[in-house]
Design a protein around this ligand. Structure first.
Ligand code: O7M
Length: 217
């Protein structure tokens, strides 16, 4: 994924026309559009190819299965036109390696969830987040997902993965994180949903985030 703006739109709407309309409006401000279960379950898999007219698509299915099933899922998602798939890391190295192997064969990307951004991530995930980050680096994934709500954790995860892998970071705006803070902490992209798609003016909301990050990118 090429970094121009540092912004990824999380398009968690459930209406087809709204999804297309917002994508059209923000296309000039985002490096990718992340779509997941809310949009795909309500509108169908063909939304992936439809929205890829506006930006590269990151399919956030947080894939978390045995290696063979991970591979089968990723195959279908890439076939539908996605450029990247997000997988969970807690399933372990073999499940991740199956996804990365397939992605490399097809010149696609895999991003691995380390520690999530919500408060409940402290119950279990934070303890294993650094181990997952190391595994993602060993497996040569394209990058990891790390929390904008805890920039200090992004800095820790950056130390573990080095500069080869990217960090994409959700939790800006509605969840309390700040775009420029998390970029300064070591993230390459912020993933932003509600602050953009629930805004009266999604293009302006996206532009503001891009402007805020510009000097740190
Ligand atoms: O900006 P929001 O809070 O409306 O949306 C954030 C998006 O990022 C939304 O699609 C979440 O499902 C996703 N996300 C998190 O909020 N926290 C995480 O730890 C991980 C993700 C995510 O994208 O995982 C891949």
């Amino acid at each position: 994924m090429e970094r121009k703006t540092g912004l990824i739109l999380a398009l968690d709407v459930t209406d087809r026309e709204e999804a297309v309309k917002i994508s059209e409006k923000v296309a000039g401000y985002v490096d990718a559009i992340k779509i997941g279960y809310p949009l795909v379950l309500s509108t169908g898999m063909d939304m992936i190819s439809k929205l890829s007219e506006y930006a590269p698509i990151i399919a956030d299915f947080k894939v978390a299965d045995i290696p063979n099933t991970n591979r089968l899922i990723c195959e279908q998602v890439f076939k539908a036109g996605a450029d990247a798939v997000i997988v969970q890391g807690f399933t372990g190295h073999d499940s991740l390696e199956a996804a990365v192997k397939l992605a490399k064969e097809q010149n696609k990307d895999i991003y691995v969830v380390t520690e999530m951004s919500h408060p409940g991530a402290l119950d279990f995930m934070q303890d294993v987040g650094e181990g997952i980050a190391k595994m993602a680096a060993d497996a040569k994934a394209s990058g990891v997902v790390a929390p904008a709500t805890r920039p200090e954790r992004v800095t820790e995860i950056r130390k573990i993965i080095g500069s080869e892998l990217s960090i994409i970071s959700p939790g800006v705006g509605a969840q309390g994180g700040t775009a420029s803070d998390v970029i300064k902490a070591g993230a390459d992209w912020v993933i932003v949903g509600r602050s953009i798609y629930q805004s009266e003016d999604p293009a302006m909301a996206a532009k503001k985030l891009v402007d805020e990050m510009k000097e740190f990118i």
